[in-house]
Design a protein around this ligand. Sequence first.
Ligand code: RP5
Length: 172
Amino acid sequence: MSKPLVGIVMGSDSDFPIMEETSEILKQFDVAHEIIVTSAHRSPARTRNYVKKSEKTGVKILIAGAGAAAHLAGSLAAESILPIIGVPIDSSPHKGLDALLSTSQMPGGVPVATMGIGKSGARNAGLLAVQILALEDPKLHSKLVQYKKYQAKEVEIKSRKIQATHARNNKD
Ligand code: RP5
């Protein structure tokens, strides 16, 4: 197993169904990563220890998913100069808006690259990490080019299907 380049951190095991999307993207691009549950509020010492450890073991990017009063990404950013990507999770009665605001509204000087709420945000976090790593990795760069081409192709295929259905339903 190669050394993890990305650390996926989540505030609770209940965040995993969302953060699994990040892991799937990283797997798709063969980016070695690790996953850990630690909470900014419930286990602050564990969170701090993880950041310090990950810097030493060669992790280059941290992705934090948390819901509610989501301070996980911010607490990682407070302790590290690694790029931090935050994923707000819709686990509270406020449907993720609380997590979006707490993750994104960082004080000047402590950036967190905040994604959208939920699964698409988690996927984009994985992709953004791949894009950052691709700056120094030509193989990843060409995989990303292929990914974008495939994505565009999929839109065309979906459009053709919809157009065919529309034509069938509207012929007289
Ligand atoms: C947050 O509280 C976690 O990130 C999670 O989204 C939410 C609920 O956690 P559990 O009560 O399910 O552990 O800190």
